[in-house]
Design a protein around this ligand. Structure first.
Ligand SMILES: NC(=O)c1ccc[n+]([C@@H]2O[C@H](COP(=O)([O-])OP(=O)(O)OC[C@H]3O[C@@H](n4cnc5c(N)ncnc54)[C@H](OP(=O)(O)O)[C@@H]3O)[C@@H](O)[C@H]2O)c1
Length: 249
């Protein structure tokens, strides 16, 4: 156990995600001990062994389900060491057409993308803000949360809720050394987007997205978004509603 903030572990929630896994690797390469958490911790064992062998840092695995909101605080308190960075990379895109008529699917989308991650980062912020030195909680939202679209509005609405919660959390802890960062990926080539017909120039790799995240934390940025998506979303957000309704993207 250490009081040195740079040597505290990074906890990756949803560590089986492609973006989460790549971010864990980059942080480990910088000497951070790593805690990998997911709902199937046995599936994280291979990544844990690989990261530990390549980077010579301790790596542990932990069971955590984002939809178990009440368990967030106890989960953190049960870790072998309180992390200095907590990244929530959990997400569930779901199928919009199946979701919109199914109350259980709606609840699952909202719990996985909004209330679960938000409750966890709330609990993490309370603990990390009390640690000495600079700490960070990082949530992965989505540009889908910037403006609701017919093709994925339950997912987008949940990500928008998560973004708003992180904005409030950031203001609440503004006088402390806790950084609260929202990451808004556009299209990233991962399991989530596999098989989708995406516009090539707007797609980045999970590793590129992970680099943006790590750089954002190092530079103490509140928002992380690829410059192409920042430009595009500033246009999309400002389209008049009458024009937006006729678009198909
Ligand atoms: N890929 C993109 O284009 C894109 C764009 C915008 C935002 N994002 C966001 O980026 C983040 C990472 O996504 P990704 O693209 O790397 O997708 P991914 O590989 O599909 O990862 C999603 C992860 O979420 C985990 N998860 C789902 N439900 C969970 C639950 N109830 N409890 C714990 N973990 C749960 C999954 O765990 P299992 O392994 O157990 O299924 C999986 O590891 C997500 O927040 C996603 O919404 C992605």
């Amino acid at each position: 156990m250490t009081d040195a903030p740079d040597l505290r572990p990074a906890l990756i929630l949803g560590a089986g995600s492609d973006i989460g896994r790549e971010t864990a690797r980059l942080l480990a390469a910088k000497g951070r001990p790593i805690q990998l958490a997911g709902r199937r911790p046995e599936a994280l064992a291979r990544d844990a062994a690989d990261i530990a062998a390549r980077h010579g840092v301790p790596v542990t695995t932990h069971a955590w389900d984002a939809t178990d909101l009440a368990a967030a605080g106890a989960f953190l308190d049960g870790l072998p060491e309180m992390p200095g960075i907590v990244l929530c990379a959990v997400g569930l895109l779901g199928d919009q057409e199946e979701t919109q008529d199914d109350a259980e699917a709606i609840a699952r989308i909202v719990a996985t993308n909004f209330t679960g991650p938000a409750a966890m980062l709330e609990a993490a912020a309370a603990r990390l803000s009390r640690l000495p030195g600079k700490t960070a909680v990082v949530g992965i939202g989505s540009v889908a949360g910037d403006r609701g679209r017919a093709r994925n509005y339950w997912y987008g609405a949940a990500k928008a809720g998560f973004a708003t919660m992180l904005s409030g959390l950031r203001q609440r802890y503004a006088a402390t050394d806790l950084l609260v960062t929202l990451v808004r990926p556009g299209f990233v080539a991962t399991a989530m987007t596999e098989g989708m017909d995406l516009p090539g120039p707007l797609v980045i790799s999970a590793e590129q997205q992970a680099k943006l995240i790590v750089e954002g934390v190092e530079k103490r940025r509140h928002h992380v978004i690829h410059w192409k998506w920042a430009l595009l979303m500033s246009v999309i957000r400002n389209l008049p509603e009458a024009v937006f309704l006729k678009t198909r993207f």
